[in-house]
Design a protein around this ligand. Sequence first.
Ligand code: R5P
Length: 310
Amino acid sequence: MKLLSGTSNKPLSKDIAKYLKSKLVHSSIRNFADGEIYVELNENIRGNSIFIIQSISSPANDNLMELLLCIDALKRSSAKNITAVVPYFGYARQDRKVVPRTSISAKLVSNLITKAGADRVVTVDLHAGQIQGFFDIPVDNLFSTPIFARHIKKNIKSKNIVCIAPDVGGTERARALGRILNVGLAIVDKRRPKPGQSQVMNVIGEVKGKTCIIVDDIIDSGGTIVNAAKALKNRGAKEVYVYITHGVLSGDAIKKIKNSVIKNLVITDTIDNKNKTKGAKNVEVLSISALMGEAIKRISNSTSVSDLFK
Ligand code: R5P
């Protein structure tokens, strides 16, 4: 088994390699003058099972193309099998036609990864679980819930906690965390008047006097979370904590979080955004490397991945 890293999240790849006491395949990934990507593997990988680690984070198009070229290079170098390890699976939010005449990018990206030559995909907190069905190869969708639950148990001492889904789509995720913490659930009824804008219509469930823990898969512009936190406070919530797997953090998201009623935002390192989070006092980053490393080890040894979440 060997690990190859793309350029989107080298620190995470290194941490996964460290967990597995392994080294990253020596490679050169460069750009031609016009921006085209060039991938070269500088060591023999013939007959090896290879895990290529690359998040489809910003710049999403470049990082996606780099992933495809890495898979292609591995295939042409006679790897025995190729697992695309995609900590953050970008383009997953467009997973159905919400209005007529739109594309379904999650399906297209699934097709591209498979067509390029991947035999398996490992990812974390897919935007919607059913995207696994867009692939005709095995997909292991890992969950950050156990990492978050551990952090909450250690750091939040309140006895009056409620888990919050910031929109109806996040209900299953919030319920899963609530089950581990043995607490109840409330749901924010969010509408999107247009892409990039969110509006809270209502809060379903009891939040008055409670410690609210919002859980979601993605924080992008920060609008969803900041508005949800404000709505919870307006309805009498005692305090609001936020746990989100993928810190996309576009534009002035960090500034919005800093100036919000949110006590603490916890994200993972599926996306490398150290530069954005540096100095932000109410933002904390937890590493997903041990979980991903353990999943890779289990896939490699053909043992159960789901046991990790029991
Ligand atoms: C949407 O369904 C996702 O789960 C997130 O809630 C959304 O992508 C967050 O976006 P933003 O931070 O821009 O409101």
